[in-house]
Design a protein around this ligand. Structure first.
Ligand SMILES: C[S@@+](CC[C@H](N)C(=O)[O-])C[C@H]1O[C@@H](n2cnc3c(N)ncnc32)[C@H](O)[C@@H]1O
Length: 228
């Protein structure tokens, strides 16, 4: 497998990113994502990973302690240099080799069909172009591979959806790009994955923020390569 990996963690900071987004958001992400409900989902989903793992939006590395002995190597991608610095510290505490990729998921520097497991936890909400990112994931995952996911997104009730649409612009600004209103299962299906195991439920917290999609998806057998 060939990976163009930037270990220097020196990626350009977009001009629009103000000090709040650059310095505060990463620290908030690290603290907020340690909550009890998130930790429970991590403990259920992440140990299912095996072989070569590609974690997108690895953030501050909160999933790292949950990887089991079946994992040979982890590629951890994130565009935030501040979050990657935190993840690097956590990677030193585990026995599995971790390579960090300092960039966004819309263009992945890994070969076609090169990873066994993709892990995506509370990341699809933040990706600027989720369809493009999922298409890239479909390209790099092996035909027998697994996409493990936990994501918050669009709730089924119209009343909750209305609040999600109302709150979304402000929420996006406060969180540095997280969206409340994405229909996660539809995005996954459209990209050529079959979410064979899908659980939807409200996790802890206010309903507009807590509707959660979790489970496993496999590359759709009908599509041998991601659509171009
Ligand atoms: C809410 S945090 C979740 C972090 C981590 N996955 C976790 O479970 O704690 C969202 C993450 O998505 C990352 N992110 C934002 N845009 C991205 C993109 N285009 N590609 C990959 N990751 C992205 C952020 O930097 C951040 O680390």
């Amino acid at each position: 497998m060939q990976a163009t990996i930037d270990n220097s963690v020196s990626i350009a900071t977009p001009q629009y990113m103000n000090l709040y987004q650059k310095w505060m958001v990463p620290r908030l992400v690290d603290v907020v994502m340690r909550n009890r409900a998130a930790t429970r989902y991590r403990s259920l989903i992440v140990p299912k990973a095996c072989g070569t793992v590609f974690e997108i939006g690895i953030g501050s590395g909160l999933n790292l302690p949950f990887y089991g002995t079946g994992v040979e190597r982890i590629y951890g991608l994130d565009p935030s240099e501040e979050l990657l610095a935190m993840a690097r510290k956590k990677a030193r505490a585990i026995a599995i080799p971790v390579d960090f990729i300092a960039r966004a998921c819309e263009e992945i520097p890994l070969d076609d069909s090169s990873v066994d497991t993709v892990v995506m936890t509370w990341t699809l909400c933040s990706i600027a172009d989720p369809a493009k990112a999922l298409k890239e994931l479909r390209r790099v995952i092996k035909s027998g591979g697994t996409l493990l996911f936990v994501e918050h997104g669009l709730a089924p009730e119209i009343r909750v959806q209305t609040w999600q649409q109302r709150l979304n612009p402000l929420w996006c600004k406060l969180t540095g790009g997280s969206n409340l209103n994405r229909k996660i299962d539809q995005l996954i299906r459209t990209a050529g994955f079959d979410p064979a195991e899908l659980k939807t439920e409200y996790a802890e917290g206010p309903r507009p923020f807590s509707y959660t999609y979790s489970g496993q998806a496999r590359p759709d057998a009908c599509i041998t390569r991601a659509p171009q």
